[in-house]
Design a protein around this ligand. Structure first.
Ligand code: PAF
Length: 279
C-alpha cells in the first residue's frame, strides 16, 4: 500500500493505473477509522480495480472549533487497517494541498441543507461539499463510497454530483453497528464508559419506534423516542425527526411518504452522535 501526501504524487500513481484502464474506487474519510470505514474500504476493494482512501480532517466542515481540535487523529493505526483491507493508496494531504487558496464557494442545496444537521450545524454541509468536490477533482474516481449513517450527507453529496454534473457513481453502504446496536462512529471513542453504555439507548429507541409504527402516530413516535433517550441522565436529544428520505422534509402522517426515515442527533456530554432508521 502506498501513502501519498501530495496531489502531484497521488495523480502520478493514478495516471499509471489509468493507462491500464483500471476502474478507480474512492473512500473519503477523516481518519480515526472504525469497522464502518473498513467495511467501505473492503467493498471498494472488492468492486474496483484500484482503491484510494483519503484521510483529511476538513476544517471547513466544523462549525464548532472545539470539535475540530478534539477530533481523534490515529494515522498509524488507520494505515494498518487500510493495508489489511487491501487498499492500494492512502491519500493524506495537508490543508495547503486541499485548499491552496481559501475556498469561497457557496453551494445551494435548497431544502436538503436547511433541516436537521444543516439547521443545527450551520455551514457544515457547505464545508463537506467543498472538500468532497475538491477530492473528486483530484482523484476523479469512477465510484465513491459513503456510509448511510450520515444520511443527510449522502443526500447532499448526491445533489452535489448532479449539480456539478460529475460522472462518479455514489455508492451508499449500510450503517455498521456495535453488538449493542450503537452506530459506529469515530466519536464513540470520546465517550466515557457510562456515556458509552447509555448510548446504546439511541439505536434501541429507533428500532422500537419502527416496531411500534402501526400503534403510534408520527407525533407520538417522536415523543416516545425523545423521552426514552432523555430518560438516560447521560443523553440529551438535540433533534429527532421523521422525514421523507428523498426531500428530507418532515412528514406529519405515515401515509405522507413511502420512504420515511427517522433521523436523530443526541449529545452524550459534549460528544454529538447521529443515527437514523428507515421506517
Ligand atoms: O463523513 C465524513 O467522514 C466526512 O464528512 C467526509 C465525507 C470524509 C468529508 O470530510
Amino acid at each position: 500500500m502506498k501513502i501519498a501526501d501530495s496531489v502531484v504524487e497521488l495523480q502520478a500513481i493514478l495516471a499509471q493505473e489509468r493507462k491500464e484502464n483500471k476502474c478507480v474506487g474512492f473512500v473519503p474519510t477523516m481518519g480515526a477509522l472504525h469497522e464502518g470505514h473498513i467495511a467501505l474500504a473492503r467493498r471498494c476493494v472488492a468492486e474496483n480495480d484500484f482503491s484510494v482512501v483519503s484521510i483529511f480532517v476538513n476544517p471547513t466542515q466544523f462549525n464548532n472549533k472545539n470539535d475540530l481540535v478534539k477530533y481523534p487523529r490515529t494515522l498509524e493505526s488507520d494505515c494498518a487497517l487500510l493495508q489489511s483491507a487491501g487498499v492500494d493508496v492512502v491519500f493524506v494531504p495537508s490543508e495547503e494541498e486541499i485548499y491552496p487558496e481559501p475556498d469561497l464557494r457557496q453551494f445551494d442545496f435548497g431544502g436538503l441543507e436547511t433541516v436537521m444537521e444543516g439547521q443545527f450545524r450551520p455551514g457544515h454541509f457547505n464545508g463537506v461539499a467543498q472538500v468532497v468536490s475538491r477530492l473528486f477533482e483530484i482523484v476523479k474516481p469512477d465510484r465513491a463510497y459513503f456510509g448511510e449513517k450520515d444520511f443527510q450527507q449522502l443526500a447532499i453529496i448526491q445533489s452535489l454530483v448532479k449539480q456539478l454534473n460529475l460522472s462518479v457513481e455514489i455508492v451508499p453502504h449500510p450503517t455498521v453497528r456495535e453488538p449493542d446496536g450503537l452506530a459506529m462512529s469515530s466519536r464513540n471513542r470520546l465517550l466515557t464508559p457510562a456515556q458509552r453504555k447509555s448510548a446504546a439507548a439511541i439505536s434501541q429507541a429507533l428500532f422500537e419506534s419502527k416496531k411500534n409504527k402501526g400503534r403510534l402516530s408520527i407525533s407520538e413516535t417522536k415523543n416516545e423516542v425523545i423521552n426514552q433517550i432523555n430518560s438516560r441522565p447521560e443523553l440529551r436529544v438535540e433533534y429527532f425527526d421523521l422525514v421523507d428520505g428523498g426531500t428530507l422534509q418532515s412528514v406529519q402522517n405515515w401515509e405522507d411518504s413511502d420512504q420515511i426515515v427517522g433521523c436523530i442527533a443526541v449529545y452524550a456530554g459534549d460528544v454529538r452522535l447521529i443515527d437514523n432508521i428507515r421506517m
